[in-house]
Design a protein around this ligand. Structure first.
Ligand code: AKG
Ligand code: FE2
Length: 203
């Protein structure tokens, strides 16, 4: 599918459902380069325990380790990711008038057994995050490995999305509570947020 149709399909599904899964944002080689870099940083202990709120560390609630992408100095694999996310952001702005001005992204690794309890991605007192986008990096993931992202829908049902390499999950940050279920193997991903201009922040 060419980019225009890929992005239009995503926009249509987002407009209707508020969430969608998009495959084909990056090539398999680009995805593998991100997975290799994330795994190498993790092995070198360069990822730090994630925090909930500004200072509070809460491994019970959230057991991943993360490293933010530096927009001023992205690595080659990160640059490829950010270029494609930016193309998607612009397309969604055109199709849905979302007014998304920037993206922020980090690597995340959940070791076996780690989870992220049910939550909303909107930070308290900050409505800048409009769209959550999670890109997954795990080759050969099986259902028995666990680690699904459980997305809670307004009607009381939920959907489980497995973290297969190359899958991008998109959902409206303010609308969908979600959680990361524990896995039996390391689970690598790039959570990313597309932001609107926020009155409280200089963008
Ligand atoms: O890795 C995932 O599937 C989602 C992570 C998440 O919910 C978050 O970082 O806010
Ligand atoms: Fe989240």
């Amino acid at each position: 599918m060419d980019d225009a149709s890929l992005f239009r399909t995503a926009a249509d599904t987002l407009a209707g459902e508020g969430w969608c899964v998009l495959n084909g944002l990056l090539t398999a080689a680009q995805t593998r380069a991100l997975a290799d870099e994330c795994a190498a940083l993790y092995a070198a202990r360069r990822l730090a325990p994630a925090r909930v709120g500004a200072t509070h560390m809460a491994t019970e609630l959230r057991g991943d380790r993360t490293q933010w992408f530096d927009p001023a100095a992205p690595s080659g694999p990160q640059q490829a990711f950010l270029t494609r996310i930016d193309a998607l952001r612009r397309a969604l702005n055109r199709e849905l008038m979302l007014g998304l001005v920037e993206s922020e992204a980090h690597y995340a690794v959940y070791a076996p057994g780690a989870r992220y309890a049910r939550h909303l991605d909107r930070l308290r007192d900050d409505d800048a995050r409009v769209l959550s986008a999670v890109f997954y990096l795990n080759e050969g993931w099986q259902e028995a490995d666990g680690g699904a992202l459980r997305l809670y829908r307004g009607d009381g049902t939920h959907r489980d999305i497995l973290p297969h390499a190359g899958t991008l999950l998109l959902f409206l940050s303010a609308r969908f509570e979600h959680e990361v279920l524990p896995a039996t193997r390391d689970r690598l991903s790039i959570p990313c947020w597309m932001r609107q201009r926020s009155p409280d922040r200089a963008v």
